[in-house]
Design a protein around this ligand. Structure first.
Ligand code: GLY
Length: 407
């Protein structure tokens, strides 16, 4: 559509903030910004969708710790600590439960290599001051009797919980609507810039939206929005994950559950997890594939997940397989999010959450609202400024201590 034919919103409807992307990160930003008194609009063809439709919802700050990601750990822990209060507020505002379950996590080893890997992870967790307990294989099976008899040991992490990301997205959508957030059901095709400042966006159908500030929160799509100047476009790429959903057997009250907590392992070098929900769903994930924008569910992906999950918990092959799906994690160069103001006045980022979007939802909402109101990020989020990727500006997220060994 030529610019002259583009439809514009009436200027009286110009909000303080336009959020591009209505996944959980865009929605939490909108909800928290509205809670701080800002007028907010969200542009998304299907708000409440995105990677959260696929995600398992593990809040795994401790069990997903990686060597070299100590600064990200601080943000992950800060967000995990906010979850109980965030859940209470969101369930009230969104009028529904979000499946926050304090179930803990058990990460197990299936062979000697896995065991060595878990021992290193345990040492890193302890050096990082985290709560994690080493268990023998027998102790693991006592906790989770459905585990394979060959389990060689594991880590009990009682502080890593779970939430249901689909319920989280649905509650955020209702909370936004109730807070007066305006929704434009269209895909942002281009950022509009005038006088050296972001002024809004043009949607794929030609609708033009203007706002005082724009937040780019479009998940993996954030890295390819037209109109964003070179050097400001976030270095975010899609990383495909395939996930299965099975149905857990109903057990009589008082009988042990099939699995009582999240169970994870590294099988053939890839992370595998089984997340049992109170709703009766068992989520099995996930592949990690650098295949661009492909979201095909493949026979190979399903086969590998089932094969590895069967090695870990042989009884899963008896369960009904109810859904297969694939989504795109928004990967960033250092696996950490990009939050807050960019070098383009009027444009802020909330993207690149990679494996931690669900975990980081509470802290992202609070940090972005603060940044939109005051122009600066709170201390907890400052290391995640997009400035760390700007040429000539120091401040990488990774902080490695000499004692750390790769895990
Ligand atoms: N955080 C789990 C995943 O990205 O697969």
């Amino acid at each position: 559509m030529p610019p002259s034919a583009a439809r514009s919103q009436p200027s009286a409807g110009r909000p303080d903030v336009l959020v591009l992307g209505g996944g959980i990160i865009g929605l939490v930003t909108a909800w928290r910004a509205a809670g701080r008194g800002l007028t907010v609009a969200v542009a998304d063809p299907a708000p409440g969708g995105g990677a959260a439709r696929v995600a398992a919802g593990m809040l795994a700050a401790v069990s997903e710790l990686h060597y070299g990601e100590q600064t990200l750990l601080g943000l992950n822990l800060a967000s995990a600590r906010r979850y109980p209060e965030f859940t209470r507020e969101l369930e009230e505002a969104g009028g529904q439960r979000i499946g926050y379950r304090r179930c803990g996590t058990l990460a197990v080893a299936l062979d000697a290599d896995d065991r060595a890997h878990l021992r290193e992870l345990h040492a890193l967790q302890i050096r990082s001051g985290l709560d994690s307990q080493w268990l023998t294989g027998r102790e693991c099976r006592r906790l989770e009797p459905m585990l394979a008899p060959g389990v060689r040991g594991g880590l009990r992490v009682d502080g890593d919980h779970q939430v249901d990301p689909r319920r989280l997205a649905s509650a955020l959508l209702v909370a936004c609507e109730r807070a007066g957030v305006d929704f434009h059901r269209g895909r942002a095709a281009r950022l509009t810039v005038a006088g050296g400042r972001a002024t809004g966006a043009e949607l794929a159908d030609g609708t033009r939206l203007s706002a005082g500030q724009v937040v780019l929160a479009a998940g993996s799509e954030s890295g390819r929005l037209a109109g964003v100047p070179d050097g400001v476009l976030p270095p975010v790429r899609p990383v495909k994950g395939q996930v299965l959903r099975l149905r857990l057997p109903k057990v009589p009250a008082g009988s042990p559950a099939f699995l009582s907590r999240t169970v994870r392992a590294v099988v053939r070098g890839g992370p595998l997890y089984l997340v049992p929900r109170a709703s009766g769903e068992l989520v099995v994930g996930a592949t990690s594939e650098e295949l661009g924008w492909d979201t095909t569910v493949t026979a190979g992906g399903v086969y590998e997940l089932l094969r590895d999950a069967h090695e870990l918990v042989p009884g899963i092959t008896e369960l009904p397989l109810v859904e297969t799906c694939a989504g795109l994690r928004p990967g960033s160069p250092d696996n950490a999010p990009l939050l807050g103001p960019t070098e383009l006045p009027g444009l802020q980022l909330a993207c690149g959450h990679f494996r931690n979007g669900v975990l980081l939802t509470p802290v992202t909402g609070d940090a972005m609202a603060e940044s939109l109101v005051t122009g600066s990020l709170p201390d907890v989020a400052r290391p995640f400024s997009p400035a760390r990727f700007s040429p000539g500006i120091p401040g990488p997220v990774r902080t490695r201590t000499p004692q750390e060994q790769p895990v």
